[in-house]
Design a protein around this ligand. Sequence first.
Ligand code: SF4
Length: 343
Amino acid sequence: MTTTEWAGTAAIVDGPGGYSGIEATPEWADEVRRLAREQNATLLAHNYQLPAIQDIADHVGDSLALSRIAAEAEESTIVFCGVHFMAETAKILSPDKTVLIPDERAGCSLADSINADQLREWKADHPDAVVVSYVNTTAEVKGLTDICCTSSNAVDVVASIDPDREVLFLPDQFLGAHVKRVTGRDNIHIWAGECHVHAGINGDELAAQARSHPDADLFVHPECGCATSALYLAGEGFVPDDKVKILSTGGMIDAARATGAKQVLVATEVGMLHQLRKAAPGIDFQPVNDRASCPYMKMITPAALLRCLRERKDEVHVDPQVAERARLSVQRMISIGNPGSGE
Ligand code: SF4
């Protein structure tokens, strides 16, 4: 095998669902590692990535944690296996590094639910409002944002704002409703955006799952559009309070061990289960909805990763002025409190 003639490379096919044609074989893994070394690249994978991509990555985590790892990495190239806004966030925090995403078509329905022009118009209607954006937003939207937030710190971020100031909260309506309820604030306007992946996790399904698994705990992993709806539904009383726990990945494993539950239902995107099962193989983690799979995340295939490393594509660019403003909104969030896990 030479550096340019691995037989598998010729098999990469580009189709509407992304790049395919390559299996995650040991030869593929060797080639990916070799190319990463050659390119002085570190491989980052989001928790919702395909298991093969998670397993070959140098780091696996949520988007904010990965962006911080990217900023601190010694390597000059970051390969971000996730969706586009996440790779943009890594670029915002690492402007001097080359950031690559294996397929730039990997978008996010939640981030796409508001663009910069829509936000400009909304701000014009509320000129004195403070703009709070969930991290699932494009770089341009972050550049028009006062403070970013994650699902873990959204309540703290909004509570830190002068109670007399109006707040524009975007783009996730479920997280917005949760924040409004917890803070009791009535001067918060919420953008009607949502992640389509969450759609199957509705109140009835959540309640039915809880009823049919009476001995299982129900954990919500607040790292996703689908989990923010579960957060909202739990607060609305669809499932008993004492059965629901809102937890980070590490917290979930600790809590599962502590309660002694043999089975844990998890409201999250199904990719997350791979990390949970690896970390605690003795616990039966089951998804609340096994259809909650993000098709954009799954566009980062073994073929896409191989192509990315061979061709140094797709490179992520963020206008330096936009990046500067976006960075401020992320830094304000970090200065308010622990951002915990973003998506
Ligand atoms: S699960 Fe939803 S919010 Fe997360 S990346 Fe996919 S589309 Fe976006």
